[in-house]
Every structure is written in C-alpha cells, then in structure tokens.
Write a protein that binds this ligand. Structure first.
Ligand code: GAP
Length: 501
C-alpha cells in the first residue's frame, strides 16, 4: 500500500491520529487509539520476550524521561547530538542539510562540518527547495534535544532523554549492586525518547516523541562467552561498506562463521546480529528478501559507536529500505563518560579478581517504525477484502465473538466473550450488521480468529455445545467444542522466545 492509503486506513480505524488533531495537529507527534495501543504494547512485549529472554541476567527496568543536564553533558549529547541544517536567507525557511543536498550528495552529510557542507552548497549552486534562491547559509549544527526548566528557580535545566539507552547507563551501578555481581548484565528500557527533529516526516518515521526498545548489554571486554554454535551456519543479509562503495544496494548473504573468520567482526556482535535477524524474520514475519544489515562507515557512525550496522527493511509505502533498528558496539564510551561526569568509578571487580570497566553492546529497536512496517508488510488486499495478516501474538484483538442472530444468540456470545477475556485474551464482542461485515472489520484490524455462536451451539445444550471458529488468513471455518476455544486461542498468543544463555 502507499503511505497515504495506509495513513487513511489508520485514521479511519482509529489506529492512530495526530496529537492535538482538533488544533490542526503538531508536527512529528502522534497518539495511538485502541487498536494502535494494543498492537504497540504487544510489539513491546514481543521484543522484551525475545531480547530480554536472551539471558537469565538480562532485565527490563522503567525509568523517567527527564535527565538532569549533567547527564547529557557527560554523555556527549549536549555537544554532539546535532543535525546540520541549511537556512534560506531569502524566505527564512530551515531545512535538514541531507534533504536539501539529496541529489548532489546522495550518500548523506554524516561526518561533514558546517563549513564543508557550505562548500558543497556553493560549489553545486544549490537552490532553496522552497523559493529557489541560492542565498543559502549553513549555521552551526542544530541540537536535537528538548531542554526544559527544572524546579522553580529557573536555574536548573533538564532534558527529555534523546535515547532510552541513557537510563540503562545511569542504572548500571545500582543494578550491579542488586544483581549477581556477574557480567554480562543486560538492562533494557522500553519507553519514550524525544528529538526536536528539523523536518519530521513520513508519519511514524521521523517523530519528535517516539518509543524505543533498547537493550544495553554490559560485558567483560576480555571475555564474552556465548553459544556461537547456535548461529554459526546462519546466513545474514549484509551490505558492508566496501560493497556499498561499489554501488550495490542489495545485500549479500554471508554465514555468521565467515563474518567472524574473515569479516573482522567479533563473535558477540555477530551472535546478536543473528538474533536480531531472527526477530525480524521469525517473530515479526518480515520477508528475508526485504531485510539488510547496512554497515555504517567510520565517518557515518554515531559518535559513541565502534561498530554499527543498521537493520533496514524494504518498505513499499516509503519507497525503499528504512532503518528500523540497529546493533551498536559502544565500547566503554558511555560508562567512561558517566564515570568522568559523576566522579563514580563505574568499574566492577570480577570473581577472578580483575577490575574492569564493562563494554556495552546495544540492541536498539524503533517501536513506532516497526509498527508501521508491520502494516506495510502484512496489510493489503486479498481478493475482495482488506486483511492485516499480523502474527496472532501481535494482533490487537485475538478474536471477534459474534452471535449469528443478535436476539437468539447474544446472551451466549456475551458470556463466552467474558470467559475468554477472563483468561487474559483480547476479544471483542460484535453484533452489528451482517456477519460478512463483521468478518471484514476484524480482517482489517488483523484479528486472527472469529468465533460465531449460532443455532447449533444453543441447541446442543451447555455440555456438548460447539461454536464456529473462522481463521483470518485461510477463511476456513471449523466447528469446535466451545470449551476448547480458550486453550486454542491462548496457544496462538504466546510470544516466541530464543534459547536462553
Ligand atoms: N540508542 C541508540 C539510538 O538512539 P538511533 O539510531 O538514533 O540510536 C535508534 O535510534 C532507533 O530509534 C532507530 O533505529 C529508529 O528505529 C528509532 N528512531 C530514531 N529516531 C526516530 C524518530 N525521530 N522517529 C521515530 N523513530 C526514531
């Protein structure tokens, strides 16, 4: 589907809408309705089950969105978390530099100084996208953080966190104390991050308030033992820097073992890349041929990273590969900076007597972007219907429960819907309109099952009664004992989990 069609469907079904819609909306801000909220929560839980499930020593915490200034000063965000912008002296519009220079510099402007960008603008006679003027200026880069007054004196500053990762770094010392005093130790946060993006666009892709799911794995740099055999043979879709420089856009499939043996990547890095691939492919159902791991070069990497591959997925609605997550090897950058900033050592003594400052491997995942991707990939036309073929554990609703004839079957259907809700299933009772219309509404909302109560159910009596279960994707209908429905549905909503270490 095209982006506009997807957005129209989302608005019509109340999946999401612009924040402050009655005031005309606010750029880069969206709120989720009932279907969107349920899908987002399931996506967050699926992510948690998979990544926090990687080890017995990985935990999820919840932390505040506000960070005191000292934190973002130490982390480097005050100084480095910037985007170059271009200002038109004629019409006074402000643009992201990479957008204005898209044609003359398709590889982007990461790593370039304002002066270097200015040289390109003048050498290429670049014009303002709005008014066509060549009077373009490149001011010092623009900091993307939202700063707020903190307290009543007006003297203290705080910042809305630009990445959830910072909350995990701040928690490390306490988590070490309350934990098993062992590495690796994983600290995950799922929550809001905020960026004052210069040009919010593409609905959920460049937002000013968005949700990240990030796992920071703190490990001993001399020893991070993992069951690499579990992924050794797995082939991964890699687009490495050398291949990119030759003009290729499609990845080549390289075995995990080879990426380590001759690709120069550490085992711990490839092991997690393979698990991210499995999450995309096996859990979220993204087709293999749409996924690629895009290596960032020395000049393109985020300021804290030593190795960075973005996890990209080809999306029809947005016309190409889009970054949905990444694996970042951040070394000891963060604990080092926070150690300097706070005056706390942030190194740990291990059972063999060594004192080390842990290194960090970060698995980052954009929840909103992936919610969009789940629609791009699984929502579409199937014959004469629109159907969202979400994996059942992600679907906002697991079942619609329908009385075939409202008057005759409503009491039974309502009771069954209640019973299913009581065991924790997400079900919706619906008696409005013809049964075909009710199926259509559920298909569009991604509901994997519909349970219909009819004359046979009621005639059979309470002991032997059967209901019809319709499967969304095949449209197949089967009669099953009413007493089996809950177990059948519950089995479909379990989140997949990896083997733990
Ligand atoms: N902690 C590392 C970090 O924040 P990032 O590449 O800046 O790295 C991680 O962001 C993920 O967050 C991205 O892969 C993307 O999925 C999501 N993301 C980043 N900026 C976003 C924005 N403005 N709107 C929506 N999602 C965003």
């Amino acid at each position: 589907m095209k982006s506009d069609e997807l957005l129209a469907l989302f608005l019509r079904r109340g999946v999401l809408w612009p924040t402050a819609e009655i005031y005309g909306g606010a750029q880069g801000l969206y709120d989720y309705g009932p279907l969107g909220t349920a899908l987002k929560r399931n996506l967050e839980e699926a992510w948690t089950a998979w990544f926090v499930g990687l080890s017995h020593d990985y935990y999820r915490i919840d932390a505040t969105d506000l960070l005191p200034e000292a934190v973002v000063r130490a982390s480097g965000h005050l100084e480095n978390f910037t985007d170059p912008e271009i200002v038109c002296a004629q019409c006074h519009n402000v643009f992201r530099a990479d957008t204005v220079l898209e044609k003359v510099r398709p590889e982007g402007v990461d790593g370039l100084t304002a002066a270097q960008i200015g040289e390109i603008v003048h050498a290429e006679h670049v014009r303002c996208p709005n008014c066509g003027s060549t009077a373009l200026e490149v001011p010092p880069p623009f900091n993307l953080m939202f700063g707020v007054d903190f307290g009543v004196t007006g003297k203290e500053r705080a910042y809305l966190r630009p990445e959830t990762a910072q909350s995990s770094y701040l928690a490390f010392a306490r988590m070490w104390e309350v934990g098993r005093h062992a590495l690796p130790l994983g600290i995950a946060v799922v929550g809001k991050a905020y960026r004052n993006e210069i040009a919010p666009r593409q609905v959920l892709f460049r937002m000013r308030a968005f949700t990240q799911a990030e796992l920071q794995i703190f490990f001993d740099p001399e020893h991070f033992a993992l069951p690499f055999d579990r992924v050794r043979e797995e082939k991964l879709p890699m687009l490495r820097v050398a291949r990119r420089e030759s003009g290729a856009e499609e990845p080549e499939w390289i075995a995990a073992s080879e990426l380590v043996a001759s690709g120069g990547l550490p085992e711990f890095y490839v092991y997690h890349l393979a698990h991210l691939y499995r999450f995309f492919h096996d859990v979220l159902g993204y087709p293999a041929e749409r996924i690629r791991f895009f290596e960032k070069s020395d000049t393109e990497r985020a300021f804290y990273n030593r190795i960075q591959f973005d996890a990209e997925v080809k999306l029809e609605s947005l016309g190409g590969y889009k970054e949905l997550g990444a694996v970042h090897y951040r070394g000891d950058y963060d604990l080092g900076r926070h150690s300097e900033g706070s005056g706390k050592k942030l190194s740990v003594t291990l059972t063999d007597g060594r004192t080390v400052r842990p290194h960090v491997l970060e698995l980052t995942f954009g929840v909103d972007r992936n919610l969009w991707a789940l629609a791009d990939i699984h929502l579409g036309r199937d014959g004469d219907r629109t159907v969202w073929k979400l994996p059942p554990y992600l679907a906002p609703l697991t079942a619609g429960v329908f009385p075939l004839i409202e008057k005759a079957h409503a009491a039974y259907a309502l009771r069954l819907a209640d019973e299913l809700a009581l065991v924790g299933l997400r079900v919706q009772y619906d008696d409005a309109g013809a049964i075909g219309r009710r199926y259509a509404r559920m298909d569009e909302a991604g509901t994997p099952f519909d349970v219909t109560i009819d004359g046979v159910t009621v005639a059979d009596g309470p002991e032997r009664d059967t209901v019809t279960v319709r499967e969304r994707d095949s449209k197949a209908q089967t009669r099953v004992p009413a007493s089996d429905v809950a177990a059948r549905l519950l089995a479909s909503v379990r989140f997949p989990r990896p083997a733990r270490t």
